[in-house]
Design a protein around this ligand. Structure first.
Ligand code: NAD
Ligand code: 3PG
Length: 476
C-alpha cells in the first residue's frame, strides 16, 4: 500500500507544453464546453499534480496545458466509436488491434494518461508492481469484465476503472439462446456432415427446447435477459445466484448450486471472473448434472474445468457443450487456437472465439459509453460509472471562468480529512462540494470561486501536504 501511495506522490513527469496547433472548437460533450474553454484563452485548461514540474518557476508551473497532451492507448481492437469520441476531444490516441505482451504494456504505461483494454488484457497486480505509470489517470475496460484483482490496488492509487456494464448483455443472451438450440438439435454435427457430403437424418437425442429446464448460474444482466428470452421459447427457468435476486417472469431462484445442477437440462454460466468463481464447475459438479444434459459457458474460461468437461463428454454423461470462453485465449485474430485439442472433434461441442459481445450494436455502444465516461473523468473529474471508486459528480462546472477552480482530492477515508480540506479552502467561496467513500478510499470534489491565479499553486501544495492524500487534481 505504501508503495502505491509513493507512486502517486512522487510524480514529477513534465508534460510537453508546445502550444497546440488547434483545439477542437465544437465541444464534444457538454462537460467540455462548460469546462475548458476559458474566456481568456483558446486552450483548454487542465491541471493535475503531474503537471506541476517543480523545477520550473511558479508562473510556468501554472501555465495551462491542452487536452492535446493527453495520451490514450487503446488495445484489442476497441471499436472505432471510441476513437471518434476521444479524438474529438483533441487527445492523442494510439490504437492497436491486438493485446500487448506484458513487457510491451509496461513500456507503454510509462507515458500514457489513459489505458483502454478489453478482456484479453488481464492487468494483474503483478504488472502494477513492475510498471511505472506516473501519468496514468484512468483505465477503460471496453467490455463488461474488469481486471478484478487489480481494482483495489488501482483505487488505492486514485485510478478509476470504467466499464460498460450492460451494453453487450443482449448479444450474449442471444448467442446463448442460439447455442441452446444448436446443442438440442446437434446442428453443428449435421452441418459438418453435410459439408462433407454425408446425409445423416437423425432424431435420436434431438429435442425441442420447449418444456426443458434452463439452469442459469449468475442471474445478473446477462442471466436475467436470457431468462426472459428462454421463457418466451417455453423453457422452465431456474437460477442460482449468491445474492437474492428478483426473478423475472416465472423463473425461480434455488438456494444452492447443487439444486440447480440436478434440475437443469441446460446449465449456462454467467458469473464474473473472481476467486470464488474460479473452478466453480469441476468434476464433482458435472457429475451431479443430469445424464444427457448440456453445459454452456460464455462467462470466463476460469469458471469451468476443461479436463473434467472433456471426461464428462467422452463418457457421454453430458450430451454436449458450448464454449465461448477459454482459460487461455489468443490475443489477436489469426493466432492459432492451441491447448484444447481434446475438445476439438468431440461430437456436439460448439466452440466460438469469445464472440458473446461481438456484435456491431454492442461494440459501438460500448465504445461510446466507455469513451464518454473517460472524457468526463479526464475533463471534469466525474467518476460516474467507475467500478472501483466512489461515484462522484457535481452539476455544471464554472471552470474556465475567472477565479473558478474545481478541486478533486482523492484521499484515504479517515476521520478529520474533510475538516482539513475545508480549512485549506476556507478563504474561497465553496460553490458546491460532494464527498463519498468506498471502503478505504474517499473522493472529494468541490467547485470554488474567488481564487486568484497566484493562489492556485498554494492551494495545490496545501492539499498535497495532507497525509491522507492519494491524488490531487485542480481543474481551472
Ligand atoms: N462471452 C462474452 O463475450 C461475454 C460478454 C459479456 C460478459 N461476459 C462475462 O459474463 C459475466 C457476467 O456478465 P453480467 O453482465 O451478467 O454480470 P453481472 O454482474 O450483471 O451478473 C453476474 C451475477 O453473477 C452473480 N454471482 C457472482 N458470483 C457468483 C457465484 N459464485 N455463484 C452464483 N452467482 C454468482 C452475481 O451476484 C450477479 O448477479 C461477466 O463478468 C463477463 O465475464 C462474457
Ligand atoms: O467481459 C466482456 O464484456 C466480454 O467477455 C467480452 O470481452 P471482449 O470485449 O474482450 O470480447
Amino acid at each position: 500500500m505504501a508503495t502505491s501511495i509513493t507512486v502517486a506522490r512522487d510524480i514529477k513527469a513534465t508534460v510537453s507544453r508546445s502550444p497546440p496547433i488547434s483545439v477542437s472548437t465544437s465541444p464534444a460533450t457538454t462537460f467540455r464546453s462548460l469546462s475548458f474553454h476559458s474566456s481568456n484563452s483558446s486552450f483548454p485548461k487542465l491541471s493535475h499534480n503531474s503537471y506541476f514540474p517543480y523545477h520550473q518557476p511558479v508562473e510556468k508551473q501554472l501555465k495551462p496545458f491542452a487536452t492535446e497532451d493527453i495520451k490514450i492507448l487503446l488495445l484489442e481492437n476497441i471499436n472505432e466509436s471510441a476513437r471518434t469520441v476521444l479524438e474529438k476531444e483533441g487527445y492523442q490516441v494510439e490504437f492497436y488491434n491486438h493485446a500487448l505482451t506484458e513487457d510491451e504494456l509496461i513500456d507503454k504505461l510509462k507515458d500514457i494518461h489513459v489505458l483502454g483494454i478489453r478482456s484479453h488484457t488481464a492487468l494483474p497486480p503483478s504488472i502494477l508492481k513492475r510498471a511505472n505509470f506516473p501519468n496514468l489517470l484512468a483505465i477503460g475496460t471496453f467490455c463488461i469484465g474488469t481486471p478484478t484483482a487489480s481494482l483495489l490496488p488501482l483505487a488505492r492509487l486514485g485510478i478509476p476503472v470504467f466499464n460498460s456494464p450492460f451494453s453487450s448483455s443482449r448479444s450474449v443472451a442471444e448467442l446463448t439462446i442460439a447455442n441452446i438450440i444448436i446443442l438440442a438439435r446437434q446442428l453443428l454435427d449435421r452441418n459438418a456432415e453435410l459439408h462433407n457430403g454425408q446425409w445423416n437424418k437423425v432424431s435420436t437425442h434431438c429435442w425441442e427446447v420447449r418444456g426443458k429446464t434452463l439452469g442459469i448460474v449468475g442471474y445478473g444482466h446477462i442471466g436475467s435477459q436470457l431468462s426472459v428470452l428462454a421463457e418466451a421459447m417455453g423453457m422452465v427457468v431456474t437460477f442460482y445466484d449468491t445474492i437474492p435476486v428478483m426473478a423475472l417472469g416465472k423463473a425461480k431462484q434455488v438456494a444452492t448450486l447443487d439444486e440447480l445442477l440436478i434440475k437443469a437440462d441446460f446449465l449456462t454460466l454467467h458469473v464474473p471472473e473472481a476467486p470464488e468463481t474460479n473452478g466453480l464447475i469441476g468434476a464433482a459438479q458435472l457429475a451431479k448434472m443430469k445424464s444427457g444434459s448440456y453445459i454452456l459457458n460464455a462467462s470466463r474460461g476460469s469458471v469451468l474445468d476443461i479436463p473434467s468437461l472433456v471426461s464428462a463428454l467422452r463418457s457421454k454423461h453430458l450430451g454436449g457443450a458450448a464454449l465461448d470462453v477459454f482459460p487461455a485465449e489468443p490475443g489477436v485474430n489469426g493466432n492459432t487456437f492451441e491447448g484444447y485439442e481434446e475438445l476439438a472433434g468431440l461430437p456436439n461441442v460448439v466452440l466460438t472465439p469469445h464472440i458473446g459481445g461481438a456484435t456491431e450494436e454492442a461494440q459501438r455502444f460500448i465504445g461510446n459509453e466507455v469513451a464518454e465516461a473517460l472524457v468526463r473523468f479526464v475533463n471534469s473529474g466525474s467518476t460516474v460509472g467507475a467500478v472501483n471508486l466512489p461515484e462522484v459528480a457535481l452539476r455544471g462546472m464554472k471552470v474556465g471562468e475567472e477565479g473558478s477552480v474545481r478541486v478533486i482530492f482523492i484521499h484515504w477515508n479517515r476521520p478529520g480529512v474533510l475538516r482539513q480540506v475545508n480549512g485549506i479552502l476556507k478563504d474561497h467561496n465553496v460553490d458546491k462540494q460532494m464527498s463519498d467513500s468506498r471502503g478505504e478510499v474517499a473522493y472529494l470534489m468541490a467547485d470554488i470561486s474567488c481564487v486568484k491565479e497566484e493562489e492556485i499553486k498554494c492551494l495545490y501544495d496545501n492539499l498535497e501536504s495532507l497525509t491522507s492524500k492519494i491524488m490531487t487534481r485542480l481543474l481551472y
